[in-house]
Design a protein around this ligand. Structure first.
Ligand code: NA7
Length: 571
């Protein structure tokens, strides 16, 4: 027994603090989880590594950071007053507006005092005798909880490639997702930027405007579409606000959780080459961003169909970029369009027409080392004042595997996932009872609109917790058999698409040693939701529920005092 002050300033006189639920992460899903769990009168503690809310939109504050889904859609749907009152200044919000929104929601719904900031979870240990999760943070918090909701982010664990000499660099260097709050001054500076995914595309466009000289080190060129971002017109906002109820219900039933007013034209092969070009040109001019890929129904299903759309985009790049050699280098040719996350830009390719921006091909001439004064490739040396790594993330699983999670029998999640991130329905991993993942592997996660996806996943999890409490169950787990079946179901769907054809972070190919496996449920959120609800409807088929004497509302004892549960399936 100890006496300790908690982060919230409370004084404890006995053992570690207890809670019904620990939520990891105060991003958009984590915040909504806090709102729902508090509404269920559960005691909830949230640990957040940053000193503010917003998750992805807290960390990614690099110049040009902007969402690629319209903000009228990429926003919470759970509270009509909120969506009526909040005003988005632009179609596609910049990071600062999304962070403001996250703060507004936190305070409007009184969630801030549930969150411990600057508290990165570094240990999650399941105590099977107690039937409890023992949660610790780097700064020394400890909470014992019945449930854990890992809303730790699909794009959170930074990928810093092992460049020899990085630490010797005398200038300043930053990964885009750990950007200094005070900003970086590029005025008159020689800036090097490595990486041309969504982040690199956005950062290049912004930094190219102010840097003395910007060198963009490109290994794989990106397909990028014009976002056509602009101030949100009042009549457009009014139209959305007066139709929110019906549009949100369309979104909730949509495969990507989007409201997609796009005309689909059937197979690209139904048209003559001239007619298809005309249709693609119209879609390009309408500038509906990601919807462009849906112009034809077979773009993501047939390599030949995909190549037609890809070549149209290459034609646009060649039109925009004046230097033919640079244009050719910027044309993606080694993977089908859409199989890596498509980028959206506000003048990316145009940036390379500026005399202060140079594209460097590090595919043909790889980076060999970072030197004290810059960067060396097999072809030459570049003197730099500032180096930016837009090198992405250990996506989808990284935020989970780095938390040191151990389940039943002390099994480490990293060992369990050595070959692939097994799971059931994207929510649970066998042997890790009462631990729920949001936007984890096995869920539609990053392939659906993530704020609404987070709401729906949190609703599902809180529904399960309510069900368990109501029926006297203390824990829920899944089985290896259910994991295998879910893995097979996912793989069967993925095999019909072109996603396997790219070395993307969707398949873990960007992280050395990470097993190559398509981690995302590709069947659409509508189908996913149906499958999850079906399993619950069939008496939690694929899950294992267990009772013990501890029930909701009981005082939750710490570790050793709780008797083990007896395992059984519900009738
Ligand atoms: P991405 O999409 O993973 O892009 C990372 C970029 O960094 C990509 O161009 C990589 O090239 C490049 N990269 C990574 N390692 C290296 C090394 N060692 N040398 C040279 N270039 C390298 O991350 P983002 O942050 O842009 O986007 C992540 C998601 O956030 C995005 O998809 C949206 O959903 C939002 P590669 O392609 O591996 O050759």
């Amino acid at each position: 027994m100890t006496t300790a002050s908690t982060a919230a300033g409370r004084t404890q006189t006995s053992g570690p603090e207890t809670a019904d639920v620990v939520v990891v992460g105060a991003g958009f899903s984590g915040l909504y989880a806090l709102y729902r769990l508090r509404g269920l009168n559960l005691k909830v503690v949230c640990f957040e590594a940053g000193d503010g809310v917003g998750g992805t939109w807290y960390w990614n504050r690099y110049p040009g950071a902007r969402v690629d889904i319209e903000s009228m859609q990429y926003s919470y749907s759970f509270d009509d007053d909120l969506q009526q009152e909040w005003r988005w200044p632009e179609y596609f919000s910049p990071q600062a507006d999304l962070e403001d929104y996250a703060n507004h929601v936190t305070d409007r719904f009184g969630l801030r005092d549930l969150i411990r900031f600057n508290a990165r979870v570094n240990r999650l240990r399941y105590d099977e005798r107690a039937g409890r999760w023992d949660v610790s943070t780097e700064r020394g918090d400890r909470v014992i909880a019945r449930y854990v909701i890992a809303a730790s982010g699909a794009l959170d664990a930074t990928n810093i490639p092992d460049f020899p000499g990085l630490e010797s660099f005398r200038g300043e260097w930053h990964h885009t997702s750990q950007w200094p709050k005070e900003g970086v001054n590029f005025e008159g500076k020689r800036v090097g930027l490595i990486g041309t995914g969504s982040t690199g595309v956005q950062a290049t466009t912004a930094i190219g405007k102010t840097a003395g000289h910007l060198y963009v080190f490109q290994r794989t060129p990106a397909y990028s579409l014009p976002a056509n971002n602009r101030p949100l017109p009042a009549d457009y906002e009014l139209d959305w606000k007066s139709h929110y109820a019906e549009r949100r219900s369309v979104m909730h039933a949509n495969f990507a959780l989007g409201y997609l007013p796009v005309q689909q034209h059937g197979s690209v092969f139904d048209y003559t080459p001239e007619a298809r070009t005309q249709i693609l040109e119209q879609a390009w001019q309408q500038r509906n961003g990601l919807l462009f890929l849906r112009t034809f129904t077979d773009t993501m299903l047939s390599l030949e169909a995909n190549e037609i759309v890809a070549e149209f985009i290459r034609g646009k790049i060649r039109e925009i970029v004046k230097d033919p050699e640079t244009a050719e280098l910027l044309c993606p040719k080694t993977y089908p369009v859409g199989t890596k996350r498509i980028c959206m830009d506000t003048g990316y390719f145009e940036t390379f027409n500026n005399p202060n921006v140079t594209l460097v091909d590090v595919k043909s001439n790889p980076i060999t080392e970072i030197t004290p004064s810059g960067l060396r490739t097999t072809a030459g040396e570049y003197d730099l004042d500032i180096l930016i790594l837009a090198t992405g993330f250990d996506a989808v699983t990284g935020s989970l595997t780095r938390m040191n999670i151990t389940g039943v029998g002390g099994v480490d999640l990293r060992e369990k996932w050595a070959e692939r991130p097994t799971n059931f329905l994207g929510y649970m991993v066998a042997g890790f009872p009462n631990l729920f993942m949001i936007h984890g592997p096995g869920s539609p996660g990053v392939l659906a609109q993530m704020i609404t996806g987070g709401e729906k996943q949190v609703d599902w999890v809180t529904g399960v917790i309510t069900d368990l409490d109501r029926n006297g169950y203390a824990s829920i787990d899944t089985t290896q058999e259910a994991e295998q079946d879910w893995g097979a179901e996912m793989a069967e769907m993925a095999a019909k698409t072109l996603y396997q054809h790219a070395n993307s972070w969707y398949v873990g190919a960007n992280i050395p040693g990470k097993p190559r496996y398509f981690m995302i449920y590709i069947g659409g959120f509508d189908q996913y939701q149906k499958r999850c609800d079906e399993q619950v409807g069939k008496g939690y088929e694929g899950f294992v529920l267990a009772r013990n004497e501890v029930r909701a509302g009981d005082e939750v004892p710490t570790g050793d005092e709780v008797p083990a549960g007896d395992e059984q399936r519900p009738a």
